[in-house]
Design a protein around this ligand. Structure first.
Ligand code: PLP
Length: 443
């Protein structure tokens, strides 16, 4: 009997023993092609030798030193490299151990910014209904995934939610994408006015939504209008790029494709390719200056912030992505993945939409294509897809999300940045086989 407290107490898991490129191999020798990077984490595959060497070199030198006593060369180098890559947008970076911690730190940083600048009434956060920001209590409160929140509802902090920018479901047939983007963004203004601008600290959004809506890029005008509204009402813009950032969408930061910059940005997952647990919070200079002149100290921290080995993995990952021009491959193979998904899946009666950016794709599954009606919430579609995919030697990320309370099923794909065309062919073949088996089973 396993003494590991696995999240699912009903499931048994194969035992992974090794990795080879984009494949995970279990103790029976079975190979699984990873089409989702685990959860959009594994961007260099599972046996990238130069990355392992960089991590081992840091362990040999100095694996860990507590950040309240020292800084380290590796920490300074990683921060400098990451900040330089923002082309002057960000001035500092705070290293944590994962996405939820990054969001938690971002929430507190926004709040402390207003306390330190003499505006303590600014304490409310606005987020969106289709969103996931992590599982710690603050991050969970911001998220819109009702199922994940349900058991903890009574102990969450208050957060206010507006609609996500969801063209497939919310754009009117006679409305342009541009007009819809503005309309969706204007919900933020209405919510700020409802709460009182003097009470609102920040708006938090995933630049491209991941785990609740199977990859949802914003309409073209959306974030420009969001930025204007935030500036007008002195509300900080926090972008959660934990899943969509660090190259996943074809640019290092997803927000550059929307022509805006956030005040605070959370990243994790791909930053260290999963070889070490690492997250980071970027911030603009005015935030740092305010905290420096205010408390002079960020009232938030964890034992493993600025962890030398994790940061070494992050720096090495970013250097590899650059030196191997992997963002070019993300764009090229992302286009190929779109093409192959459209060729093989778009005509299926249960495929509502295929969307995404770079190597970040979502497939929305529907019960009725014409009316876009989601499947009945009681059907275990997501869990069946996961199980059948694993039988077929495929790792994909099925999502049973919620669309204003109605169930909606999606499959998220986020393969490694090193993926090649023949591996994409294998993914799409196995995915078609998997989804067809599951859908035939429920028909
Ligand atoms: N934010 C987003 C957008 C995520 O997708 C996730 C995880 O899936 C998180 C935050 C939380 O990250 P972590 O699981 O590393 O705590």
């Amino acid at each position: 009997m396993s003494h590991v407290f696995h999240r699912s107490l009903q499931q048994t898991y194969p035992v992974a023993v090794s990795g080879e490129g984009v494949y995970v191999i279990d103790n029976q020798g079975k190979r699984y092609i990873d089409a989702c990077g685990g959860a959009a984490v594994s961007c260099l595959g599972y046996d990238y030798a130069p990355l392992k060497t960089a991590i081992n070199a840091q362990i040999d030198k100095l694996p860990f030193v507590h950040s309240s006593f020292f800084t380290t060369d590796i920490l300074e180098q990683a921060a400098e490299a990451l900040v330089n890559d923002t082309n002057g947008v960000m001035s500092h970076v705070y290293f944590v151990s994962g996405g939820s911690e990054a969001i938690e730190a971002a929430i507190k940083m926004a709040r402390q910014y207003f306390v330190d600048t003499g505006k303590p009434s600014k304490r409310y956060f606005i987020a969106r209904k289709q969103s996931y920001h992590g599982n710690t209590l603050g991050a969970l409160s911001l998220g819109g995934n009702e199922a994940r929140k349900a058991p903890y509802k009574d102990i969450l902090i208050g957060a206010n939610h507006i609609s996500a920018c969801y063209e497939y479901r919310e754009k009117q047939p006679d409305e342009s994408a541009e007009a819809y983007g503005l309309r969706a963004a204007n919900e933020l203004e209405a919510e700020i006015l409802r709460l009182g601008a003097e009470n609102v600290a920040a708006f938090v959004a995933e630049t491209v939504v991941g785990a609740t809506a199977g990859c949802l890029p914003p309409a073209p005008t959306y974030f420009k209008r969001i930025r204007e509204i935030c500036d007008q009402y002195d509300v900080l813009l926090i972008l959660d790029e934990v899943m969509c950032g660090m190259g996943r969408t074809g640019t290092l930061h997803a927000y550059t494709q929307d022509g805006i910059t956030p005040d605070i940005q959370a990243v994790a997952k791909g930053i260290a390719a999963g070889y070490q647990p690492l997250g980071a919070v970027f911030m603009k200079a005015f935030i740092v200056d305010a905290i420096r002149q205010g408390a002079g100290f960020f009232q938030h921290g964890h034992t493993y912030i600025c962890h030398a080995t994790a940061v070494a993995a992050g720096l090495a990952t970013q250097r590899i992505i650059k030196s191997e021009n992997l963002l070019d491959n993300v764009v090229k193979q992302g286009d190929y993945l779109s093409q192959r998904l459209h060729e093989q899946l778009a005509d299926k009666p249960y495929v509502g939409e295929i969307r995404g950016r770079g190597l970040f794709k979502g497939i929305e599954l529907v019960a009725d294509k014409a009316s876009k009606t989601p499947h009945d919430a009681s059907l275990p579609i997501a869990s069946r897809i996961r199980a059948v995919a694993m039988d077929n030697g495929l790792m994909c990320y099925p999502i049973a999300g919620t669309i204003d309370g109605v169930n909606g099923n999606h499959v998220l794909l986020a393969p490694a940045y090193i993926i090649q065309a023949h591996e994409i062919d294998e993914i799409v073949d196995k995915l078609e086989k998997t989804i067809t088996t599951v859908m035939d089973g429920i028909a």
